[in-house]
Every structure is written in structure tokens, then in C-alpha cells.
Design a protein around this ligand. Structure first.
Ligand SMILES: NC(=O)c1ccc[n+]([C@@H]2O[C@H](COP(=O)([O-])OP(=O)(O)OC[C@H]3O[C@@H](n4cnc5c(N)ncnc54)[C@H](OP(=O)(O)O)[C@@H]3O)[C@@H](O)[C@H]2O)c1
Length: 318
């Protein structure tokens, strides 16, 4: 037996629980991983509350979670790339990573670099590949000026840094509280709220070449108002605005690839990307973790850790 997050009906955090379930067994091309850390993502809130039930319905009882990092415990008969004891990070397509054990196909894993800690490794997949897809969609070039909305979030922070690493001047839209952090990663902070369009025009006096929206709620329209070429606007959340405006909607599904995940893990290990971990919660505190995430002001990621005792509570992280 093992323990895993489950919910039996749509609802608020109270429907979440951690319960004893059968330990999964890997089929021929699969790997059983003992999970150490599993990141949490806003999309999981929308699935759990039923907000996404028309597009991504839940089947009950439902597990939860895509992101994870851990140690290989068992490999299927046809798996040659991984062996028992390997430290890996990866993703589940079956809403099952928030658990002590997870089974995934071997091609959903990459090796964890030694210099990458468990929390960041376990939080990387969704935010990392979504950021990668956002940047790839608009192709920032050296010397260009680009804007990232939601620049302090899990996806936005990585998006801003990938664009910076491509040589672009990056303007990051966030609250005043995140201005110092954005400057520390080489991003020009601009505060959201009334007058944002004028502040962006001032921060980019010549032209904004591309806009990557990772927050939604009007940023696609703002990009068009600022005369950004629609072919170089991407949103990962505002699909209605994207359809109306004909802008791109590249997200995690277009970059869910172990090679891309491996590249991002390497960039984090070598310090070419940073990913703040706002808090680490024991698996048993899954409700508290999602309550904090739902407040909408996380810098970086929130992570569930299986190796923390249930009573450890919230662990502030860096
Ligand atoms: N399409 C896909 O494949 C895909 C994949 C992943 C995520 N998503 C979606 O993308 C969105 C972001 O995900 P995430 O994981 O990055 O979320 P997150 O980490 O929870 O984002 C939190 C960030 O949002 C910022 N924020 C709050 N209000 C804002 C505003 N009015 N303008 C700009 N930034 C604001 C906060 O900054 P302050 O603290 O400074 O306010 C905070 O840093 C979510 O809606 C998620 O569902 C889509």
C-alpha cells in the first residue's frame, strides 16, 4: 500500500484528502518512482472545483498532480534508460503525482542533476515546459524588447528568464512587492493596475516586439493596444481573447517532452535559471498548500514533500 491525494467530488480544498491506496506496479515500458517532491499548479484548482469540467472532466475517485521528482524504485521489463536508485524528475499525465509513489512511462522522466535540489526538481515540469512553449511561440531575439505578464509566478518567472537568456530586454509585469526580485534576475519591473499601458510605453519607448501573457484578464487586449504584432503575442490562459484576436496559445501540451525538461533542469542546476520555492508543505497538508496557491500571489512555486512529517506544517523556502 501507499498514500496518495484523492478527491471524490468537485469542490473547494475540503474535498482533498490523503488516503491509503494500492501501490501502482509498472508495466513493461513504465517506471515506479518513490516521490520526494511534487509541485502544485493553478490548473489543478480549476480541475478540482469543476471549472474545467467541460474540457478536462475529472473521474472519481480522482488523484491529483503532474509534477514530481523522486527515486526510481522499480522498472518495467523493457525499460533500459533508468535503473533502481536513479534520481529523476518528470510528469504524470494521469493526475497522480501527489503521492508517495507514482508510475509513469519511462519517456516521461529525465535524470535529476546532482546540483538541483528536490523541491525545484519536483516543481519544474508544468511551469518549465509552459514557459518554454510561451517563449518558443514568440521567438524573442537579441536586442528586442518583450513583455511578460505575471512575471513573478511559476510560469512567468521562467518565461522572463528564458526570454532574457535569448538576449531580449524583458519587462515583467508584477506587483510592487516583486520589483526587487525581478531586477535581481535582470528583468525590468512594471507594476500592474491603473495606468499600466502608459507605464509600459515609458519602459519600452521605441516598441514592444513580443508579449507573453501568463496571467490572463485583459493582457491580450493590452498587447494589441500597445501595437504588438498578434503573431508575436502568446497567452497560456486567456483562450477567449486569443480566439478573438488571433494570437497564439502555446502551453504545456506543446512542450511536454523529457528532452525539454532535461534542458530546463540543467539550466536550473547551472544557475542560468532560478526558480524560487515559496513554500514546502508535507503531503498531508495538501489543503493548506492549495489555499496558499489560490491566493494568487506566489513567487515561484509551492511544493508538497513526502519526506516531511505530517505535523511539519508550512516550511518557508527560498
Ligand atoms: N496553458 C498551459 O499550459 C498552462 C500551464 C501552466 C499554467 N497555466 C495557467 O497560467 C496561469 C499562471 O500559472 P502559474 O503557475 O504561473 O501561476 P502562479 O505561480 O500562481 O502565479 C502567481 C503570480 O501571478 C501574479 N499576479 C497576480 N495578479 C496579477 C496581475 N493582475 N497581473 C500580473 N500578475 C499578477 C502574482 O504576482 P504578484 O504577487 O506580484 O501579484 C504571482 O506571482 C494560471 O492561470 C494557470 O492556470 C496554463
Amino acid at each position: 500500500m501507499t498514500r496518495a491525494v484523492r478527491f471524490d467530488q468537485y469542490g473547494d480544498v475540503d474535498v482533498l484528502r490523503v488516503e491509503e491506496v494500492e501501490r501502482p506496479t509498472p508495466a513493461g515500458d513504465q517506471v515506479l518512482v518513490e516521490v520526494v517532491a511534487a509541485g502544485i499548479n493553478p490548473g489543478e484548482i480549476s480541475i478540482r472545483t469543476g471549472a474545467y469540467q467541460d474540457i478536462w472532466p475529472a473521474t472519481f475517485p480522482s488523484g491529483q498532480g503532474s509534477d514530481f521528482a523522486g527515486r526510481v524504485l522499480e522498472v518495467g521489463t523493457s525499460v533500459t534508460e533508468f535503473a533502481v536508485g536513479d534520481e529523476v524528475l518528470g510528469w504524470s499525465d494521469w493526475r497522480s503525482s501527489q503521492a508517495e509513489h507514482v508510475v509513469v512511462p519511462a519517456d516521461h522522466l529525465t535524470r535529476k542533476p546532482l546540483a538541483l535540489d528536490w523541491a525545484r526538481a519536483g516543481a519544474l515540469f508544468v511551469a518549465g515546459v509552459t514557459a518554454y512553449a510561451s517563449v518558443r511561440a514568440v521567438q524573442p531575439a537579441r536586442g528586442e524588447t518583450v513583455v511578460v505578464s505575471g512575471a513573478a509566478g511559476g510560469v512567468g518567472g521562467l518565461t522572463a528568464q528564458l526570454a532574457r537568456n535569448a538576449g531580449a530586454h524583458v519587462i515583467g509585469v508584477a506587483s510592487e512587492e516583486n520589483a526587487t526580485w525581478l531586477r535581481s534576475i535582470g528583468v525590468t519591473p512594471v507594476t500592474y493596475g491603473d495606468g499600466l499601458a502608459d507605464r509600459l510605453r515609458k519602459a519600452a519607448p521605441s516598441h514592444i516586439d513580443a508579449f507573453m501573457d501568463t496571467h490572463g484578464g485583459g493582457y491580450v487586449d493590452l498587447a494589441l493596444e500597445l501595437e504588438v504584432d498578434p503573431a508575436r503575442v502568446n497567452t497560456i490562459i486567456d483562450y477567449a481573447a486569443a480566439e478573438k484576436a488571433g494570437v497564439k496559445t502555446e502551453g504545456s501540451s506543446t512542450a511536454s517532452d523529457a528532452e525539454i525538461l532535461g534542458f530546463l533542469a540543467g539550466e536550473l542546476a547551472w544557475g542560468r535559471l532560478v526558480l524560487p520555492v515559496a513554500a514546502i508543505y508535507p503531503l498531508d497538508a495538501v489543503r493548506d498548500a492549495y489555499t496558499e496557491l489560490a491566493a494568487g500571489h506566489t513567487r515561484g512555486k509551492i511544493v508538497l514533500a513526502t519526506e516531511l512529517p505530517a505535523n511539519a506544517g508550512r516550511q518557508p523556502a527560498s
